[in-house]
Ligand binder design. Sequence first.
Ligand code: FPP
Length: 241
Amino acid sequence: MDYERNLPAHIGIIMNGNGRWAKQRGLPRSDGHKQGAKVFKQICEYAGDRGISHLTFYAFSTENWSRPVEEVMAIMNLFREYLFEAEERKNENEQKGMKIRFIGDLDSEIIPRDINHLVHMLEAESSNKFKTTVNIAVNYGGRQEILKAVKGISQRIKNGYLLPEDITEKDIEEGLYTAGQPDPDLIIRPSGEFRLSNFLIWQSAYSEFWYSDVLWPDFTTQDFDRAIEDYCLRNRRFGGI
Ligand code: FPP
């Protein structure tokens, strides 16, 4: 099997199990997220080296605001630290050909102003010559994303640029945060759960799913390799035979 030739172009990862990882060690949940953020960086780096061109990490959903305020603040702090670090390591990331993007409603009032500012700064400066795009989904929900696309289309109809009978799938795709990127070939969900949880619901119509019992803070590059090897053995038919 030629694993390298069949590599997935886009991998989505649901980073799950941080809370349980911390609980098992008698630590606060925030320590689990902290360890999860370290693993996120390791996997980003490794996936880039392996030649994966697109990655999307589910970091914070539109539903995650219902968590205790200390936990939400701890996660926001991790984003803040990461954004500062990414800003500092801008040249290094550019040299590696890594483009970091945030997807989700980052302009919402609920997002701390400084985080919103840092996100815009980072995105404005990201180089155009890149081989790996890393999407970090924050305040992201798949239904909310589709709703956003539908509102964009409705506006074009209202303004007379489009007729309802002419709407195509492409019009919807162009309104998604991932516009212009390939759909995820593979979605990885660790921590023994078998749900999509409102992640890339439009884009994952033909994705292959890979689950594992490993909690995200324990997830290694070997687990990542295993997911890719399994993916390469799948027979994708896209509705054909
Ligand atoms: C869900 O699993 C995880 C989250 C809501 C947070 C994930 C965030 C990170 C890993 C930090 C990412 C940091 C950067 C810089 C991108 P859970 O921890 O609630 O799992 P549980 O089911 O064990 O409680």
